[in-house]
Design a protein around this ligand. Structure first.
Ligand SMILES: [Zn+2]
Length: 352
């Protein structure tokens, strides 16, 4: 069974796991590199967007991000990111930004958020989307830098700095190997005290107990990826009982993390069958030649899911979001209504 990608493109969708730096158009990478005098090792950035390992991916990812220098660069990235996602049917998103490297290179969090806020506002105004931000700590910089980032963010919010009105919460990403999630307890405590929502990447390269620690010790409300959870039936049950969402990225897990040979082997269907609240997302779509409609289509094809099952998944994205309850109800209703309009007529030739 296949569900037409155009049908899934027209379906309103939510995205909760997308790194804004990973949405940069190849032309924009080239353009900003020229303007900011950042040497690129290839004449066509599309040649860079091919890699054989996670390490290679991470070095390309940093190269791409290093072209972002001024507030205007961040605004352009944010604007184009919203426009491109809207073309795939994304209507609401909570996207990550991981500013540690840029801060280490001398940029200010105030400037990064001001540029992003400006670009997201313009993109949302042009498309009718709503795009919010999650500021991620980069684990490569350690827990102290993470706590400082959260405290700096809280301070900017209190001061009403431009762009902070878009920030819903915090998370953490980058390497998991050799990192004890519990080191981030002070950062997550500071975030909770500042009224920020909390998530965290875990379970790509760490055991199920680390995924559980992010929720149970750090107080995160959801987990990004959470792949290894599938290895521990008791923890799967606990996540299902508490409806702790996992924001999953099947194609990324195949292409970037090499965690599975194909999307068909991805544990999302098993976790969902066990009652876990799972969502489908693109992670770094520009670097994997992806958009949210194509990701939905790839998943439907790999798992043999029909249009109605994909609609249910889209609605689960709303449940897992940090919208308030009234907005959740309205958006879920919008998706269901649009789905009725889009639903393909039954195939008269199909067997009973
Ligand atoms: Zn991610």
């Amino acid at each position: 069974m296949t569900v037409a990608v155009e049908l899934l493109r027209a379906l309103p969708k939510v995205e909760l796991h997308c790194h804004i730096e990973g949405t940069m158009r190849p032309e924009t990478v080239m353009d900003l590199a020229r303007r900011n005098h950042v040497p690129l090792p290839a004449n066509d950035v599309r040649d860079l967007y091919r890699y054989r390992s996670l390490d290679e991916f991470l070095s390309v990812f940093w190269l791409v991000q290093s072209v972002l220098v001024s507030r205007d660069d961040w605004a352009r990235l944010a604007y184009e990111s919203v426009v491109d996602a809207a073309a795939a049917g994304r209507v609401y998103a909570e996207v990550f930004v991981t500013p540690a490297r840029h801060l280490a290179a001398g940029q200010s969090l105030r400037g990064v958020l001001a540029g992003l806020g400006e670009g997201l506002a313009a993109g949302d105004a042009d498309t009718g989307c709503r795009t919010m931000l999650i500021v991620d700590m980069d684990r490569a910089y350690g827990p102290d830098a993470g706590r400082q980032l959260v405290e700096g963010l809280a301070q900017l919010r209190r001061a009403g700095a431009v762009g902070t009105e878009r920030v819903l919460g915090i998370g953490m990403d980058s390497t998991e190997i050799g990192v004890d999630p519990l080191g981030y307890v002070p950062a997550y405590r500071a975030a909770a005290a500042a009224g920020l929502r909390r998530t965290g990447h875990q379970g790509e390269n760490s055991p199920a107990t680390a995924v559980a620690a992010v929720v149970e010790q750090l107080g995160a409300e959801r987990v990004d990826h959470g792949l290894s959870l599938a290895h521990d039936a008791a923890l799967v049950q606990r996540f299902a009982d508490r409806r702790v969402p996992l924001t999953m990225c099947p194609t990324s897990n195949v292409v970037i993390a090499n965690a599975f040979p194909t999307v068909a082997e991805h544990p999302l269907p098993r976790l969902r069958a066990a009652g876990v609240l799972v969502t489908i997302n693109t992670d770094d779509p520009a670097l994997t030649n992806l958009d949210l409609a194509r990701e939905y289509a790839a998943c439907a094809q790999a798992w043999g899911w029909d249009f109605d099952q994909m609609v249910d998944l889209a609605v689960d994205g709303v449940s897992a979001s940090w919208l308030d309850e009234a907005d959740k109800r309205a958006l879920a209703e919008r998706i269901r209504t649009e789905a009725v309009r889009l639903r393909p007529a039954p195939d008269p030739l199909a067997g009973s």
